[in-house]
Design a protein around this ligand. Sequence first.
Ligand code: SF4
Length: 254
Amino acid sequence: MISSLSPESIEAWLLWQHQLQPFTFNEKFAEEINSSISEQIAKVFDKSAFFSVSKAVPVKNVVEEPVDESLPQLERVRVKAERCSACRLAAKRTNMVFGEGNPEADIMFIGEGPGEDEDLSGRPFVGKAGQLLTKIIENGMKIPREQVYIANIVKCRPPANRDPMPDEAQCCIGFLKEQIRIVNPKVLILLGKVAIKNLLGIESSMSKARETTYEYEGIKVFVTYHPSALLRNESFKRPVWEDIKKVMKYLGMM
Ligand code: SF4
């Protein structure tokens, strides 16, 4: 019965029903589901469940309440992200993970989304992959982690550490674009395919994507493997180091 199904299995079923096209749970969507649901499915699934899912993840696209204009720019964006429930990821977050670091950093790292440690702490890249990123910054680039800025494509943890869905990334990317605009770094370093796809619109293998550098709003963009890929496959160590050296050369750090 529907009552024994988890929200994830309902979501998976709905995604399947919609040919794996992602969507946002909102009232309009729930109405569409209810008007199009077949009798056969209705026998199995209680329609009210769709409304309960809809209510569990209300679409509230950022902030009606005013934000304190006296706050620094980045803090104002953080407040908006803290209030955000524009996509389904809001429902299960412990903390929104905005990003952290030097608001005037030359180097900005961008990953894909928070994992469990990040969700619990509210800080980006603090789990095993984060510790590895810190080593890359501090032992490889020889600068303190606090000197760079670190953020993600989505600010709330995708369940079971799956990749953010396109609609989730689309809902959230505005916060990241604001962070980039305000920090205005000299270089962006995109960690992994999710960041590359969602910021640059490029879908290719990592080995192909690494062959060149890019530009985003006049900022030089380098790409490399996500540290979690490095944890799974030690052979990525060398290419990551080559990518980091390219950044250091560009910034005159070596
Ligand atoms: S992931 Fe981004 S868009 Fe979705 S609820 Fe969190 S802050 Fe809002």
